[in-house]
Design a protein around this ligand. Structure first.
Ligand SMILES: [Zn+2]
Length: 412
């Protein structure tokens, strides 16, 4: 993939000196720069080349062939995130073909392992062309939402922060014994009681400027009690009734607090033996600014049983919030309005994850702004028969090009 992109970029006039590749244990990532007319901090654009796996026998068409059918491009990665890769490449080629030069360096990163380790993202963030970037535009999240039936644009979202993904193991051990001679203590019962406490526990309500403006904007378009709760919470995050209503909504609970939920369970080793171990995985999506260790302590305190051990899996990374910059929001709004006049442009907190968190942690404020507008039913990232509407794809290329021209103050 890197070799192919390098060939295409060179043929389009990008010199060797503006192309850098990164090697990382079998992964190859790519960085391309368009040098600025003047010195200044670069602006970074990022997309990832890798995709999640797909099984041919489960798909209706070959997942690793680009197939155009019924107004859609089908194929694994078409939406996540090959459309972004193409948008970066076509922007670079257009700058060359139209002799456009930015005022400061525009740097384009092609990540190799966003779906797995994000190790190449870390190397890219530390690269001399990138590390001084003033901010980044990530093509891998954000974007427009169309009304399911009318197809009218509803809202455009800009990702400015991500929750921290962390999994905790909740473990009870016991000497065990023969099941014909039950003891008063039992690892499975003890774990079940502990999980009951986790289920009942509510993390405190939290809000930032970013989440309040998001919930307020969504609330304007939402009818009924949920819309009212959204508007009230945006106006006053201490409104407990509004927060309670949002806590019952799977769509909005994650934007108002840290959430934890039991996702896996194992215990015991034989049907006629008392369990020696019982273990649950509790997956948490942690609000920005909250330490992983604080969440572990809160879970342990809620369980309130010193024999139940709560430990964190791996090394979860928390990333800071990227406060919205008026210049970036203005550029995104103008780019969106060129195709979809009047659509509300709103920052949001991501409950999932992208490599934007790596850039943010490295000190580069990152705003995810995909050029794709899709209906909720057209979101196929990671799913079967992934596709992207052809018209949305081509408009997405224009979106990234407009952002590069405006944020880079490009001219001939
Ligand atoms: Zn992605």
């Amino acid at each position: 993939m890197v070799a192919y992109l390098v060939e295409v970029l060179k043929a389009g006039g990008v010199p060797d000196t503006d192309i850098a590749t990164i090697d990382e244990e079998g992964e190859r990532a790519l960085i391309v720069r368009l040098p600025g007319r003047e010195p200044g901090r670069p602006v970074l654009f990022s997309a990832h080349m890798d995709v999640v796996d797909a099984r041919r026998e489960e798909w209706e068409r070959s997942p690793f062939e680009l197939i155009e059918e019924n107004g859609n491009f089908f194929g694994r990665g078409t939406s996540d995130n090959k459309a972004g890769v193409v948008a970066l490449v076509s922007t670079i080629l257009r700058f060359k073909a139209e002799n456009l030069q930015p005022a400061r360096d525009l740097v384009f990163a092609f990540v190799a392992d966003e779906e797995t380790g994000m190790d190449t993202t870390r190397l890219i963030a530390a690269h001399p062309w990138v590390k001084n970037a003033e901010f980044a535009v990530n093509t891998d999240a954000g974007g427009g939402i169309l009304d399911e039936t009318s197809g009218k644009p509803l809202i455009y979202l800009v990702q400015g922060a991500e929750k921290t993904f962390a999994t905790f193991d909740v473990v009870v051990t016991n000497p065990g014994g023969h099941s014909s001679r039950p003891r008063s203590d039992n690892a499975i019962y003890q774990l079940a009681h502990a999980l009951g406490k986790v289920e009942a526990y509510r993390f405190p309500v939290m809000a930032t400027d970013l989440t309040r403006s998001y919930l307020g904007a969504v609330g304007k378009a939402q009818l009924g009690p949920l819309g009212e709760a959204l508007r009230r919470f945006a106006a006053d995050p201490t409104d407990a009734d509004a927060a309670d209503t949002l806590a019952k909504s799977p769509e909005f609970v994650g934007t108002t607090r840290t959430t934890c939920v039991a996702t896996m369970l194992e215990g015991g080793h034989a049907e006629n033996a008392l369990p020696q171990t019982a273990k649950a995985a509790v997956n948490c999506r942690i609000f920005p600014g909250v330490a992983v260790e604080a969440v572990r302590e809160a879970l342990a305190a809620a369980i309130a049983d010193p024999e139940v051990k709560v430990t964190v899996r791996g090394k979860p990374e928390a990333s800071p919030v990227s406060e919205m910059r008026p210049d970036v929001m203005a550029a995104i709004t103008r780019a969106v309005h060129a195709d979809y006049p009047g659509v509300m442009v709103v920052p949001y907190l991501e409950s999932g994850g992208t490599d934007g968190k790596v850039y943010r942690t490295a000190g580069i404020p990152t705003f995810a702004s995909s050029g794709l507008f899709t209906k909720p039913s057209e979101m196929y990232a990671h799913g079967l028969n992934e596709r992207v509407p052809v018209a949305a794809f081509y408009r997405g290329l224009e979106h990234i090009h407009r952002l590069a021209v405006e944020l880079g103050q490009a001219r001939r």
